[in-house]
Design a protein around this ligand. Structure first.
Ligand code: ZN
Length: 418
């Protein structure tokens, strides 16, 4: 049994924060058992971890991030998507044939993710099985709940990243066999995006999905080019998402579609049919993609919208910054295209980054009783001349906070030591 004292804030529901100032939270075997303004008599003898006016919040979830692009963050951000892929991203990913190089990068990536309060994540590796296996094992050992995918792509200008279909399928199957029984970090199918895969490869992945009951992450209607190209290459499909539905990839496990900026009604219908997640990656949208998700409209349709850092199209690994940026982008979308688009609120953005996405990882992302206790204590956000309320401190953290504002991190109820 652990008792922690702090100001406590988490998402009550999509529109509201639950705020418990100056309160006590009890955690038993990694699960929250209660929150009280006054410590109940029966717990009077339990030592209290007292964070004073620190704010206890749930840890964040990153549902779209490319670990091998970690060294590229904040670089070549003046390029647009296709040039950025060719000049910046693909040459870097080709280097992950060297597993020793990959280990250096992945160690730093995982440490930085945890330092920034992300404890659950859907991560892309590269086409290289050995390097991607190292990434998955590293995350699993740290206790990070998540999914890691070996990328599949057999259409790529760069020969080093162009896979042979049979080899791509057999290596992916070996990867699934090896890790599908994992407790924390599990494998997930990861066709990069439709124009990077032949029909044969996507069909093969569909069979693996069925055989191993494994879900999928990919990029969906990320750009107008991708949405159009998908229909040119797969003319039997009316939209990007239908390619995966026809291949039997939508109903084996969770489906996580990155970006979802230019969906047709059919894309939306299929995603909702399978209760799939669409991931907004705000920094990436601003820097290389140049399109804005209809976040408010999609939320109002009941779609599962969550957030991702999309390192390195996005430049900041902290998902808290993406919650702030999501609010900003919704205002721009509303300003330039008022018809059907509304601005979203900060509680909605925080909910997407925590409670909504935490459901994917088995009851994390909240601090209500019954939740897995993955949590952060943030501090140092008030001014000498203005003391913030707990919910104001949370909002400011998302706008101007850094990992230095995170005083403590709890993962599965245990304190993480730096
Ligand atoms: Zn991406």
């Amino acid at each position: 049994m652990q008792i922690i004292h702090a100001d406590i804030v988490f998402s009550q529901d999509r529109e509201h924060l639950a705020v418990h100032p100056d309160s006590y939270i009890a955690v038993e075997k990694g699960i929250v058992t209660g929150i009280w303004p006054v410590l109940p008599e029966e717990y009077k003898n339990v030592p209290v971890a007292d964070y004073g006016d620190g704010v206890l919040i749930p840890a964040f979830s990153d549902l779209h991030v490319h670990a091998p692009q970690y060294l590229n963050r904040g670089l070549e951000m003046d390029l647009l998507l296709s040039d950025w892929l060719d000049k910046c991203t693909f040459p870097m990913e080709a280097r992950f044939a060297d597993t020793e190089f990959a280990k250096l990068v992945y160690d730093a990536f995982v440490d930085d993710m945890l330092a920034n309060g992300t404890m659950h994540a859907c991560v892309y590796g590269t086409i290289h099985s050995e390097a991607t296996a190292y990434l998955l094992e590293r995350m699993d050992r740290k206790g990070i709940k998540g999914f890691v995918g070996k990328i599949n792509m057999d259409c790529c200008e760069l020969e080093d990243l162009r896979e042979d279909v049979a080899k791509s399928i057999s290596e992916t199957e070996a990867f699934l066999e090896r890790y599908s029984g994992n407790k924390n970090t599990k494998p997930i199918l990861t066709p990069r995006f439709a124009p990077s895969c032949t029909r044969e490869l996507i069909k093969g992945l569909g069979k693996l999905g069925k055989k191993y009951n494994i879900g999928m992450q990919t990029h969906l209607v990320e750009s107008l080019w991708e949405a159009e190209q998908a229909k040119v290459l797969f003319p039997e499909c009316s939209c990007d998402t239908e390619i995966y539905e026809r291949a039997g990839l939508m109903d084996n496990g969770p489906v996580i579609g990155g970006h979802f900026i230019f969906p047709s009604e059919e894309d939306i219908r299929i995603m909702q049919k399978y209760d799939s997640y669409a991931v907004q990656c705000p920094d990436a949208t601003i820097s290389v993609i140049a399109g804005i998700m209809q976040t408010g409209a999609l939320l109002d349709k009941g779609m599962k919208i969550v957030l991702g850092s999309d390192i390195s199209a996005g430049h900041h690994i902290g998902v808290y910054t993406q919650a702030a940026c999501s609010v900003q982008l919704s205002k721009l979308k509303h300003f330039y295209e008022p018809e059907g688009n509304r601005k979203i609120t900060f509680p909605e953005a925080f909910w997407m980054a925590t409670k909504q996405s935490g459901k994917l990882f088995g009851g994390t992302g909240s601090l209500e009783p019954g939740s897995v206790f993955d949590a952060l204590v943030i501090e140092g956000l008030s001014d000498a001349a203005r003391k913030l309320t707990p919910e104001q401190a949370l909002e400011r953290f998302c706008y101007i906070g850094t990992k230095e504002n995170i005083k403590a991190r709890y993962l599965n109820g245990e304190v993480l030591n730096e």
